[in-house]
Unconditional design. Structure first.
Length: 359
């Protein structure tokens, strides 16, 4: 292992001890922001620090096995042990290099997930509902909480647009590569001739800002409109102007929410969505600058980019960015996304390691 890498790992191990001490102090417990910041830092550095401890144990085991070779009776056993450790060490080193890559500061954040129907009319809206169910089931597997902030239902039971908040550690880390155009190929329920139709939905995954102030929303630059909510909801929705639309005048970005029970609740949700959308624009601008020097295969965040096709007649799902095809569409639509998400994460890590080696 290179000395520079070892020194970084030593510093991380020492910092983990510092952070643990700070988190257990009474002063930190009184400061919610400090506690949240330190908890995120701990989540960032613990995997590398723990794996480095495993690497040091492997080095120690290698030294002990080498010493055992002096005993003729233990020589064969010692050499077998040494061979096993030497085979394991490169894997540990590669994993440690991955963990040392600069982490996305938003990885541990909650997310705002937006799904919008695109080309394909009613079938696209139905597919938007299927995608929402897919992500909802995945969230259940992760023990994350899903809160619907706004939903615009279609007549056939789908969604023209649905916005939800996903609350859980590492939500952005796992789902951040889902942004883009998702295409479906299947025979719609309304198709009498049995023809396969192609339609699409757009998915946007945005890290949630800790608070609205994080993106510096100036009240003087906001236009807030109230209006009567539409859709299901009973007498309350029909008789009150509880829906809220917030427009950020400098950028023209708009967010509206109508699913809350009060105007105050909808305003808070709309501001949260607006803050996340502005933060998302800033992130994509940064990613485009990085892409100017290095083409990124994964995670461009381009909403118009077709990233995945769900082909129901063939029972397959294909992610076009990494040429991964899986023939288990029923399981995937039921929230079994780990194989796809793991492959995307690994590809992204390999790109960054290659770039690091090039630098």
């Amino acid at each position: 292992m290179k000395d520079s890498i070892r020194q970084k790992l030593e510093r991380l191990a020492f910092r983990l001890e510092e952070v643990d001490a700070l988190l257990s102090s009474g002063e930190t417990a009184k400061d919610a922001n400090a506690f949240r910041r330190l908890s995120r830092e701990r989540a960032d550095i613990e995997p590398a620090a723990r794996l480095y401890a495993d690497y040091l144990r492997a080095e120690d085991d290698l030294r002990q096995a080498d010493e055992m070779r002096a005993d003729p009776e233990m020589r064969a056993f010692a050499e077998e042990e040494m061979a096993a450790i030497k085979q394991k060490q490169p894997e540990l080193e590669l994993e440690l290099q991955k963990l040392l890559l600069p982490r996305d500061p938003d990885d541990e954040r909650n997310i705002l997930l937006e799904i919008r129907a695109g080309t394909g009319g009613d079938e696209s809206a139905l597919f938007a509902n299927d995608l929402f169910r897919m992500y909802n089931r995945y969230a259940e597997r992760q023990r994350w909480r899903v809160e619907v902030l706004s939903a615009n239902a279609s007549e056939l039971g789908g969604y023209r647009e649905i916005i939800c908040r996903v609350v859980g550690g590492g939500a952005y880390s796992r789902l951040k590569f889902e942004s883009g155009a998702h295409r479906v190929q299947r025979v719609p329920e309304t198709e009498t001739q049995g023809r396969i139709h192609t339609s699409a939905c757009t998915v946007a995954v945005m890290p949630e800002a800790d608070d609205v102030e994080e993106v510096h929303l100036n009240p003087a630059e906001l236009r807030i409109d109230t209006f009567r909510a539409s859709g299901a909801g009973g007498q309350h929705i029909n008789k009150t102007d509880s829906a809220v639309r917030v427009t950020h005048l400098p950028t023209g970005i708009v967010a509206e929410c109508q699913d809350g029970r009060s105007q105050h609740q909808n305003k808070a949700s709309a501001l949260k969505v607006l803050a996340a959308r502005i933060k998302d624009v800033q992130l994509r601008e940064q990613q485009q600058k990085e892409a100017a020097t290095r083409k990124s295969l994964v995670g461009s965040g381009d909403r118009s980019e077709r990233i995945r096709t769900y082909n129901f007649p063939q029972g397959r799902v294909t992610d076009h960015r990494i040429n991964l095809t899986l023939y288990k569409i029923a399981a995937i639509m039921d929230g079994d996304l780990d194989e796809i998400l793991d492959a995307l994460t690994t590809e992204h890590q390999m790109e960054r390691l290659a770039a690091l080696s090039g630098d």
